[in-house]
Design a protein around this ligand. Structure first.
Ligand SMILES: [Zn+2]
Length: 250
């Protein structure tokens, strides 16, 4: 079934179609090799080349990706997406880190419409924060989600930044919301002597931070009330970038 008349031909993306022509249906290594802007001149594709040669190509790639999404997912599932267009009924409020390596829907195989998402640096639940409070209130009171998830992850830059001096204007202030996790872990263990021990310490802080943010979550009366009345359950999850495994830790 066609979603729009333009699905026969990508008329809405004339620039992209002109640039890539028949290749528009197959973004692949071969496609990238055929694109002169991705060619290093020695027959190899540099994974970094397109980043330094211009944002324009990156945007083209994203728009082309959207064209492919419509062809392979949106149009074949047009009834599902049309129903979603009029209303949403997510089951879960997902609070995760902004890290680009975490594709929330992908790693959980959740479909559009299932997760109501709040992402920020360090998967933090700030206390006394209007932005977060608004998301929480809308999710719990209006959307009536059944589960609230706080998801931390391995190699989190926010957690590693807790050890660094910074002259940034905003980041250190934001990370104050997670400092207690570092304090708690450092009070329990000896200073690491090896790289492995240092990595393990960071893993412990990342996981303690999830537990700390759950504590922050319960400072919001509307959330505590919903949990007390068994309308909502809170879960702490941890995602390992190296293995792809998502597990429950709290
Ligand atoms: Zn992170």
């Amino acid at each position: 079934m066609r979603a729009y008349p333009s699905d026969d031909r990508p008329g809405i993306l004339p620039g992209i179609y002109r640039l890539y022509g028949a290749a528009a249906g197959t973004v692949s290594k071969g496609f990238l090799n055929r694109n002169p802007r991705m060619n290093t001149g020695c027959g190899r594709v540099s994974p970094h080349k397109h980043k330094v040669r211009g944002v324009f190509f990156v945007i083209d790639k994203l728009l082309l990706g959207n064209y492919q999404f419509r062809q392979t997912d949106f149009t074949p599932n047009i009834d599902y997406y049309r129903e979603l267009a009029s209303s949403q009924h997510p089951t879960t409020l997902w609070i995760g880190c902004s890290d680009s390596r975490l594709q929330t829907g992908h790693i959980t195989q959740a479909k559009a419409g299932e997760l109501f998402i709040q992402r920020n640096i360090g998967n933090i639940v700030p206390v006394h924060d209007w932005n977060f409070a608004t998301v929480l209130e809308y999710a719990v009171v209006h959307l009536k989600v059944k589960d609230v998830v706080i998801c931390g992850h391995s190699n989190c830059g926010a957690i590693r930044a807790l050890d660094k001096e910074s002259t940034d204007s905003y980041i250190p202030l934001w990370l104050n919301n997670a400092r207690e996790a570092k304090t708690r872990v450092d009070s329990r263990i000896s200073p690491p002597k090896t790289v492995l021990e240092a990595d393990e310490r960071y893993r412990m802080i990342e996981q303690e931070n999830v537990r700390l943010q759950i504590e922050h979550l319960f400072t919001y009366p509307l959330l505590k009330k919903a949990v007390d009345e068994k309308r909502v359950e809170v879960h702490g999850l941890y995602y390992d970038l190296a293995t792809g495994e998502l597990k429950k830790i709290a």
